[in-house]
Design a protein around this ligand. Structure first.
Ligand code: PEP
Length: 250
């Protein structure tokens, strides 16, 4: 199983900065070690240009941060999987905690996106994770179980192990500089692995589980060796190619 290093740029960078950052990242990391893949998740307006930069390079992939689960139509401001695939995306994030929080995305809506995106041919990174109150109340298992069972309700695909990734992102660790400890990560990833095996059997053992939350060039060495960590979803530290490249090559 190749480790996936995904960089979520959120709503940062203007066009020229985005193109420069990708060129720099490629010069620092190419050719990639054979056991690693890189996924860049920039804002929508830069997708096509970045696709043109990376499409012929082995191991580099492009993804979106979100999409709307309809083929096309009168949905002002929204972007469909068909459009994303057409400009070179192979992945999309679904259910990031910022979308759950600021855009009130429910587990049911997230499930609709997972099913629709997979059906249209996108690979999906489903983000899950507890907030600080839930962790303090000892509800980590309950939250992960709910987000997985609802988010993946009736999700079927003969190649699910290639098309689905889960990102465990404890909300209290996102953008806060407070990274989960290797023990906390190991516990959560073990729970997720068991839930995936219950849902998908043998294939569930092969679905990649990423950790996300304040990953940086210093803490990556403690995170990557944790059992069931099959890659990382990086926000802030992916914005600087010097930092992201150190994480990728760690
Ligand atoms: C994220 O946006 O998914 C994320 C993990 O952000 P950060 O690395 O900045 O915590």
């Amino acid at each position: 199983m190749k480790k996936l290093f995904a960089g979520n740029w959120k709503m940062y960078k203007i066009y020229s900065e985005a193109v420069e950052a990708v060129k720099k990242l490629m010069s620092l990391t190419s050719p990639l070690p054979k056991d690693r893949e890189v996924l860049i998740l920039p804002p929508y307006p830069y997708l096509k240009s970045i696709s043109d930069l990376i499409s012929k390079k082995d191991g580099y992939f492009l993804g979106a941060q979100n999409f709307y689960p309809e083929e096309e139509g009168a949905y002002t401001g929204e972007v469909s999987p068909k459009m994303l695939l057409d400009v070179g995306c192979s992945y999309s994030i679904v259910g990031h905690s910022e979308r759950r929080k600021y855009f009130n995305e429910s587990d049911e809506f997230i499930n609709k996106k997972v099913k629709f995106g997979l059906q249209k041919g996108l690979k999906i990174i489903l983000c899950i994770g507890e907030d600080l109150t839930e962790r303090k109340k000892g509800e980590v298992f309950k939250v992960l179980e709910r987000q997985i069972s609802k988010g993946l309700n009736e999700v079927k695909d003969s190649k699910i192990e290639e098309k689905l990734c889960i990102a465990y992102e404890p909300v209290w660790a996102i953008g806060t500089g407070e990274v989960a400890t290797p023990i906390q990560i190991e516990e959560a990833h073990k729970i997720i692995r068991e839930l995936l095996s219950d849902l998908f059997g043998e294939k569930g053992t092969k679905i990649r589980i990423l950790y996300g939350g304040s990953v940086n060039p210093e803490n990556i060495k403690d995170i990557l060796p944790v059992p069931n960590v099959n890659g990382v979803l990086v926000g802030g530290a992916s914005l600087k190619p010097e930092n992201f490249s150190k994480i990728i090559l760690s």
